[in-house]
Design a protein around this ligand. Structure first.
Ligand code: ADE
Length: 351
């Protein structure tokens, strides 16, 4: 890579960014805390759905101190719908460490940032470059795709060495000024122009005449990635248990999938009405009536839930350590129910 090529690349990318960057709330009045929250929310999540969560979160939790002091229940409620809740927990853990050990200010080095829970290579680089102007790379999936195409890299980007090759190229490409904008511009062009699934918009790309993949006519077939393993399918019956105007919900265990979040009671497999009555006998509840509720599917990273819903009216309000009886208002305002159950929350609220 010669200097002329590098300068040309930086210039075209930044000029394009100045004209085309989406107006996103964390790009206005750049503050370390705000950048951090945005980067955590954006891990594994697209930009568009994050915007509304981000603004709501910042209104209620405007700084590190308030995050460190927030209750877990409220944290989950504000995160409800974003998924991957361990991100929120790690972020709060990190906020507490920053309050205790870094005088309440996010540290200004890659190494110190990476010592905090939930901050890995990518996120440390993003915060360091965007918030502090430190010349550090921030290579996410978008950037890998862009750079694999620009360099016509035909190795498998799921492999450590190929990813390292891309990181080394980005390291060399980083400008000495506006490095945060440069990193965001690379992500942005990946998200809006150099898009995945074989359909890059090369005709409108400011980098096209610098792009080996485009010049060789292979941009659309890159990057090469390992095929993902098929997800495990899990069939389950979901019970919207009703007694008068209340609904039974339970807290999930503290480890594993969706830890500590609230959910409707459920049982493995698609059960017949007879089987449902038997399950309820085990829970000491006598079934009055079973009515159909929608079926729904939720796709996790490695798992798919296939859910069949049932409204189950019961004759007795059994109290248990396993569940609580909640009103619709409490479901809406107090308990954090993951979006895997969105169809059922909606259904209940409309009943
Ligand atoms: N994805 C993660 N962080 C981003 C940012 N700052 N801009 C655009 N896309 C992103």
């Amino acid at each position: 890579m010669d200097d002329v090529w590098r300068r040309e690349f930086q210039q075209r990318l930044l000029e394009w960014y100045d004209k085309n960057a989406r107006k996103l709330p964390w790009r206005v009045g750049v503050l370390p805390y705000r950048v951090w929250v945005s980067e955590i929310m954006l891990q594994q999540t697209r930009v568009e759905p994050v915007v509304a969560y981000y603004e709501r979160f910042l209104t209620e939790v405007p700084n590190l101190k308030s995050l460190a002091e927030l209750s877990e229940e409220r944290l989950f409620k504000l995160w409800e719908g974003l998924g991957y809740y361990h991100r929120a927990l790690n972020m709060q853990k990190a906020a507490r460490i920053v309050m205790q050990s870094f005088q309440g200010e996010l540290p200004q080095s890659i190494e110190a940032l990476k010592s905090l829970p939930g901050i890995g290579d990518y996120t440390a680089g993003a915060i360091a470059s965007i918030a502090f102007g430190i010349r550090a790379r921030a290579v996410d999936g978008n950037v890998i795709r862009v750079m694999a195409r620009v360099g016509a890299i035909t190795g498998n980007v799921s492999e450590r060495l190929v990813k390292k090759e891309i990181e080394d190229v980005v390291d060399k490409l980083l400008p000495h000024e506006r490095v945060g904008d440069f990193n965001q511009a690379l992500m942005e062009i990946g998200a809006t122009v150099c898009i995945p699934n074989g359909a890059p918009k090369c005709q409108v790309c400011p980098l096209n005449s610098l792009c080996k993949g485009f010049l060789e006519g292979i941009a659309g077939s890159l990057p090469i990635q390992s095929k993902k393993k098929p997800r495990t399918q899990s069939d389950m019956s979901v019970f919207l248990i009703r007694f008068e105007n209340q609904i039974a919900i339970r807290k999930r265990v503290a480890s594993g999938l969706l830890p500590n979040l609230w959910e409707f009671l459920s049982y493995e497999g698609f059960l017949s009405n007879e089987q449902i009555k038997e399950v309820f006998r085990q829970w000491n509840m006598e079934v009055e009536e079973i009515l159909p509720a929608p079926s729904s599917q939720h796709v996790f990273t490695h798992l798919v839930w296939n859910m069949q819903g049932h409204v189950v009216w019961v004759k007795n309000k059994e109290e248990s350590l396993e569940w609580v009886w909640s009103s619709k208002e409490e479901i809406l305002k107090k308990y954090s129910i993951p979006s895997a159950y969105r169809a059922y929350v909606k259904f209940i609220l409309n009943q």
